[in-house]
Ligand binder design. Structure first.
Ligand code: FES
Length: 178
């Protein structure tokens, strides 16, 4: 068995493992302070984040879409699709507003003027100009939403009111007779 080697400088004995021990102590101190710093930074960021809550800005459910004269009879108007996901349909009997959301699994349908049908790109449902299903797995028609005139004569759409069934959609709230 070998004895640990001790260096002698003058009268002092120097342990060769001391610099290593010092290094390890400094390293553990550094790791400790770094951890505390990271924790404090995280805490500060969380506190700042608290003042900026995560809010989803939904489009308004009630909005104006102009005057009845802005819509041509016997046309499907797609100008509000991007902003509000609705088609404006003007027929001789009046104006109605249909959601562009397929009642099967919620994909966005598109109007194909050359074929006079709405098509859903996801699973191939087809709808006629009234929104009634003419093919595919959709379980019901495209939903119509509330439509009325304000005092200035503007068309007001209310997407909270919804007529999904055919017997509801001829009601005054869903068909603007103009
Ligand atoms: S989501 Fe439209 S057919 Fe499936």
């Amino acid at each position: 068995m070998t004895e640990p080697v001790m260096n002698t400088v003058g009268d002092e004995e120097v342990n060769p493992s001391l610099p290593r021990r010092k290094f390890l102590m400094r390293l553990s101190g550094l790791v400790g302070w770094t951890s505390i710093g990271a924790w404090l930074t995280g805490l500060s960021l969380a506190s700042v984040r608290f003042f900026f809550p995560r809010v989803r800005y939904e489009p308004p459910t009630r909005f104006k879409i102009g005057l009845p004269e802005d819509y041509v009879v016997d046309t499907i108007d797609s100008r509000w699709i991007k902003e509000h996901n609705v088609f404006i349909v003007r027929q001789p009997k009046g104006i109605y507003v249909m959601k562009s959301i397929c009642p099967h699994l919620g994909c966005a349908v598109s109007w194909f003027n050359s074929e006079s049908i709405f098509k859903c790109p996801c699973h191939g449902s087809f709808f006629d100009v009234n929104g009634d299903v003419i093919g595919g797995p959709a379980p019901g028609p495209l939903a119509r939403v509330g439509v009325s005139l304000d005092l200035a004569g503007n068309i007001v759409v209310d997407t909270v009111q919804e007529a999904g069934k055919t017997d509801q959609r001829e009601k005054r709230a869903f068909l603007l007779k103009v």
